[in-house]
Ligand binder design. Structure first.
Ligand SMILES: Cc1ncc(COP(=O)(O)O)c(C=O)c1O
Length: 383
């Protein structure tokens, strides 16, 4: 007897929450990828005020024109001349990703996806009847893909490639030359680029390198206010592209996903963009200090090698203890009071790695790293 759809049966619950579900309350948690900040106060006030002012109704599907214009302007350093027609509000980056898979991928098509990955990408491809083909982003290459690997995967059914820089889970970021190489690959094969740039405001030192403003009109950017303004629980994001024809399709699909985004919240985000535009820079400075702290501590431990990311809120060190998988290691750490994610939760080449989200205070990072160090020493002596 048929019960549920093939697409539902084809996907599994995410493994990323497994450790989280096993953890008690008293752990030091490097588990969750969400900033430990609150949204800017002006946004919270504006949200409340907007609701009091009766902004509790449907908006147009694409969202408030004033907010969309503001977002288009915020990209002007990359691309001049965009306006509200280039932007569609969504109810999160998660929603934006699903929208783009629905807009671009037919059953039988395939999409090139990074691995290790943010765990939504593959299931999104499956949900629309497409095939996920994973390209490696390896430690040896600072988590940047090789064009030769991409060339080995692309075929006549490949319609899109997804890039995610700064990356979750690896923290990998691109320089301009690397971006241009990845762009040229997509152009050569006439692929859509879905560029997940939700960490674009959490970059350290160098400017964010975007696929926006490259002159290629098959680029669709996913963004979200979850990380930018520490609004993970609000659920608001957007898609932006120079390609207005593609945006018309995106907006049509968005209607059938959510009709529109949240009315009052869009006023709150507009206020945040107008009055607290330096808020993400303040967070980025703090994340950079934490990043330096955690990288220095990890690299001083036996069996650990860690790159120093130039963005995001994650480190993805290689951690080697003979005979133990990354899940074994994460479970041992959990027993000693530290929650992190096994690299294997982000794909097979994540094996041998752990992901630490530095979304806790520097004091807690230090205490957590003391525990990691003593656990690793204990495990190595036993090995
Ligand atoms: C790379 C990446 N893309 C998209 C998202 C989705 O963000 P949200 O749905 O909260 O907007 C996340 C969240 O962790 C992420 O890390």
């Amino acid at each position: 007897m048929r019960t549920f759809s093939d697409r539902s049966m084809a996907i599994q619950p995410t493994g990323v929450r497994k450790m989280f579900d096993l953890a008690g309350d008293d752990v030091i948690s490097f588990g969750l990828g969400e900033p430990d900040f609150q949204p800017p106060e002006v946004a919270i006030e504006a949200f409340y005020q907007a609701m009091k002012d009766g902004r509790n109704k449907y908006t147009t599907t694409a969202g408030l024109p004033a907010l969309r214009r503001k977002i288009a302007d915020s990209w002007s350093a990359f691309q001049e001349g965009m306006d509200e027609h280039n932007v569609c509000m969504t109810m999160s980056g998660t929603n934006a990703l699903l929208n783009l898979f629905m807009t671009l991928v037919n059953p039988g098509d395939n999409v090139l996806l990074p691995e290790p990955y943010f765990p939504l990408y593959g299931p999104d491809a499956t949900l629309v009847g497409g095939e996920a083909k994973y390209y490696p982003c390896l430690f040896e290459n600072e988590f940047i893909p090789n064009v030769e690997d991409l060339e080995g995967l692309v075929d006549e059914n490949t319609v899109a490639i997804l890039y995610n820089f700064p990356s979750n889970p690896t923290g990998g970021t691109l320089d301009k030359q690397q971006r241009d190489d990845l762009l040229a690959f997509a152009q050569k094969h006439d692929l859509w680029i879905i560029s997940d740039e939700v960490y674009d405001r959490i970059v350290f030192g160098d400017e964010h390198v975007s696929f926006m403003g490259t002159g290629y009109d098959k680029v669709l950017i996913v963004n979200s206010f979850s990380k930018t303004f520490a609004m993970t629980g609000w659920r608001i994001g957007y898609i932006v592209s120079t390609n207005v024809e593609a945006m018309k399709q995106v907006i049509k699909i968005q209607y059938y996903i959510s009709a529109c985004s949240n009315d009052a919240m869009q006023y709150a985000v507009l206020e945040a963009m107008e009055k607290a535009n330096d808020y993400p820079d303040m967070m980025a400075r703090e994340f950079q200090s934490r990043c330096d702290l955690i990288v220095d501590r990890l690299n001083a431990m036996p069996g650990v090698e860690c790159h120093r990311p130039k963005g995001s809120i994650y480190v993805f060190p290689k951690v080697t203890v003979a005979g133990l998988t990354s899940e074994d290691l994460a479970l041992e750490l959990l027993k000693d009071g530290v929650l992190c994610s096994p690299g294997s939760a982000f794909g097979p080449s994540g094996e041998g790695h752990l992901r630490f989200a530095y979304t806790i205070s520097q004091a807690d990072i230090s205490r957590g790293m003391d525990k990691v160090e003593s656990t690793l020493k204990r495990l190595m002596q036993a090995a």
